[in-house]
Design a protein around this ligand. Structure first.
Ligand code: HGY
Ligand code: MN
Ligand code: MN
Length: 414
């Protein structure tokens, strides 16, 4: 098999270029789904896809695909799909998602330039709204693509800023015509930074991701009574803020005491009227619960519901919840996971099997095709933070492993 290796300057240069698109006046990277800044990132990606001589397709939920189908005889075969996302969180790092999209495109360009004739088309994709920060749930574009959410329902989603996703996609020019799922993949592979501390801590450059944990997102609303901070005795308070604080503490203490991989996060919190000398009448916050084991995740959800009832009666407040996302744990394709390990060994790189703590588009694509992920180390395990970093050598190694696995899965019959 002729040796191929990716064009490192092209991949690293594009990563930095895309990482510079969508920064605010304080240099914070913010490319929320279907926003003006994300449009700039999308436009740049489409330029690169066209420059690579691939066909560009955009579906109704705004997922972008670069399609390489070099030979007539295999054009009708199901494609091998590579992908991730280019939308970001607020004040993001530059590798989350973008690395997998650009490495997928890089692999295709390298194979194309090297005269490789794949046994099936190869597609590089960028899924809409993987982060779910502006519109819930997260992994929305791939969830719709995999048939887990009706496209019209997704397009009608109202964002945290009151906008409607479908209108925003149309406004930025990415309300595509293809029906989501128009290309049913033969297999799906996603290269991604680990976003956790394990690979770096163990000095291992490649993660062969064999499963991904379950995710439960809820919005909790607590309603009490506004009252004077100075004159209202503690015994007479219906303090929504205090009640919210009790829930946050409960979640942390329960997760810590559990001795399991369960994690719980309250990432968003709003008080009303939000005034220094007024007892909060209302607290609205989000709860993100995760666990690789579905039964444990169900237990955590039940424990939270029971505690909310306790707090409601003890603090004399009204508590309601709204489901924002719920995804069960996913196990990836053992054959592709093994191919990642073999490709790593063939390049003299150590790899280890691992679970993904973060949600990814692969979690959704696994519903319609054999799927797996490749991780590279994150320095300090930091992500969703501008300090997110992966050394060039690890980025290049991961992309070459992706290249080798793609070749193995599309090697023409001898
Ligand atoms: O929430 C997640 O794990 C992903 O970053 N959307
Ligand atoms: Mn990601
Ligand atoms: Mn992310």
């Amino acid at each position: 098999m002729t040796d191929f290796s990716i064009d490192t300057d092209r991949l690293l240069g594009r990563l930095r270029e895309l990482g510079s698109i969508g920064r605010d006046d304080n240099d914070r990277l913010i490319r929320l789904a279907a926003s003006d800044t994300e449009k700039l990132g999308r436009d740049q990606l489409v330029d690169w896809i066209k420059h690579a001589g691939l066909d560009v397709a955009v579906d109704r939920i705004g997922n972008i695909f670069g399609i390489w189908s070099p030979t007539e005889s295999t054009a009708d075969e199901k494609p091998l799909m590579l992908g991730s996302h280019i939308d970001t969180v607020i004040n993001a790092g530059m590798f989350d998602g973008c690395y997998g999209v650009l490495a997928g495109l890089e692999v295709i360009e390298t194979l194309k330039a090297g005269g490789f004739e794949p046994s099936r088309p190869i597609v590089a994709g960028a899924f809409t709204n993987e982060e779910g920060v502006r519109y819930a749930p997260d992994m929305m574009g791939s969830l719709v693509y995999a048939g887990g959410l009706a496209v019209d329902q997704a397009l009608a989603t109202i964002g945290t800023d009151g906008t409607i996703l479908g209108e925003e996609l149309a406004r930025i020019g990415y309300a595509g015509s293809h029906e989501p799922g128009f290309l049913q993949p033969h297999a799906y592979i996603e290269l991604h930074i680990e976003q956790g501390p394990i690979l770096e801590r163990e000095g291992i450059p490649v993660g062969a991701v064999e499963n991904l944990q379950g995710i439960s997102w809820q919005r909790v609303t607590i309603e009490g009574d506004a009252n004077h901070a100075g004159t209202t005795p503690i015994s007479m308070r219906r303090d929504a803020g205090l009640a919210a604080a009790r829930v946050i503490t409960f979640l942390r203490e329960r997760a810590k005491a559990s001795n399991t991989p369960t994690v719980a996060t309250v990432g968003c919190m709003e008080f009303e009227p939000n005034a220094i000398n007024v007892i909060p009448s209302k607290a609205t916050f989000t709860v993100d619960l995760r666990d690789p084991d579905e039964d444990r995740l169900l237990e955590e959800e039940a424990a939270l519901a029971a505690y909310l009832a306790t707090v409601a009666s003890e603090e004399q407040v009204a508590i309601s919840t709204e489901r924002l996302a719920r995804f069960q744990p996913v196990t990836f394709d053992a054959g592709i996971v093994a191919a990642v390990e073999e490709a790593s060994a063939a390049r003299g790189l150590k790899s280890r099997r691992m679970t993904s703590g973060a949600g990814h588009d692969a979690q959704m694509m696994a519903r319609i095709a054999p799927s797996a992920m490749i991780f590279v180390p994150s320095i300090g395990g930091i992500s969703h933070n501008p300090k997110e970093h992966t050394p060039d050598s690890d980025l290049i190694a991961g992309a070459n492993i992706l290249l080798d696995v793609v070749r193995k899965l599309t090697e023409p019959e001898a």
